[in-house]
Design a protein around this ligand. Structure first.
Ligand SMILES: Cc1cc2nc3c(=O)[nH]c(=O)nc-3n(C[C@H](O)[C@H](O)[C@H](O)COP(=O)(O)O)c2cc1C
Length: 283
């Protein structure tokens, strides 16, 4: 049965925390406007199943803020799965947002907006937000260190205020999706073909030292796609999306990868792309 109460829903996947932080800024801004947003972390199985209850029967006028990191130019698999399986909505709105690590924001925002549009959501706003590159913590100067910063947060708040004003006035011109297709045309084909499978081959392999594992549970809790098991010993499953949380957080070094090898390559790509503006809102 369709719910009649208009809701603001903020859902996100955030292995390393930057997308969560933007989701928190959105939530705070909505609360400041007198709204009562509901917040869902896609990595939490209980929250994900609660989210489906609301998305199965969205009330007209509801707005879904949905956030993803950019991985290999695209939204991450948990976000793609959610958007590909959304039931058709009528009279609902959506605001996709992405965080990216200064290399390229790829085609993620345009893809998310297109999927939402195809499922009947009217895209009322969007944002790309510069963030710490979550695979560069081993570098002397990590890419995107200090981002998102106060200026980025201010832009996100401005987007929420403008979207909310449009929705409250019942005067919503959906975005022109083509505005989100902002990458140079000659770069787009390569970006669309990039994928996590390719990144798996290109990135330094994770080495699992099962003899060092104390089964403390940190990696299991931090894995956004539940790909780690201790049965019968520490193993990474094929669902792994390469977020690197297990490598970064294991206190025993039981899962290891040397990302410092990628420093020059990533920084060269960031310089070549020179994507600007770093943070941008669309309303
Ligand atoms: C496997 C992987 C692939 C990534 N691919 C890109 C990319 O194509 N472009 C980019 O600028 N940043 C890339 N990043 C960096 C993330 O987009 C960025 O750090 C993002 O803010 C992470 O969000 P989170 O902190 O919410 O997990 C990648 C990170 C990982 C782990």
């Amino acid at each position: 049965m369709e719910s009649t109460e208009k809701r603001n829903i903020v859902a996100f996947c955030s292995p390393a925390g930057s997308t969560r932080r933007v989701a928190q800024v959105i939530t705070r801004a909505l609360k400041g406007l007198g709204e009562k947003p509901m917040v869902f972390d896609l990595a939490d199985r209980v929250e994900l199943s609660d989210l489906h209850v609301y998305l199965d029967h969205p009330a007209p006028g509801s707005c879904l803020y949905i956030g993803s990191p950019v991985y290999a130019c695209h939204p991450v698999p948990p976000v793609v799965d959610l958007l590909s399986n959304l039931p058709r909505a009528k009279g609902s709105y959506a605001v996709p947002f992405v965080t990216w690590g200064m290399v390229t924001s790829g085609v993620a925002l345009h893809e998310m907006a297109t999927m939402l549009d195809e499922r009947g959501y009217r895209v009322a706003g969007a944002a790309k937000v510069a963030a710490l590159h979550s695979l560069t913590w081993q570098f002397a100067s990590p890419l995107g260190e200090g981002r998102p910063d106060a200026g980025d947060e201010r832009l996100v708040e401005e987007m929420v205020e403008k979207v909310n004003a449009k929705l409250s006035a019942n005067h919503v011109h959906p975005l022109c999706l083509q505005d989100l297709n902002y990458q140079p045309i000659e770069a787009q084909a390569v970006m669309r073909e990039a994928n996590i499978g390719g990144a798996k081959k290109a990135l330094p392999p994770r080495q699992v030292h099962k003899e060092l594992c104390t089964e403390c549970g940190i990696c299991v809790d931090a894995c956004p796609v539940h790909a780690i098991t201790y049965e019968p010993y520490l193993q990474l499953g094929p669902e792994c999306i390469l977020c690197g949380n297990c490598v970064r957080l294991c206190p025993e070094g039981a899962i290891e990868a040397d990302f410092s090898q990628m420093e020059r390559w990533l920084k060269d790509r960031a310089e070549q792309n020179a994507e600007r503006p770093l943070t941008q809102i669309f309303v």
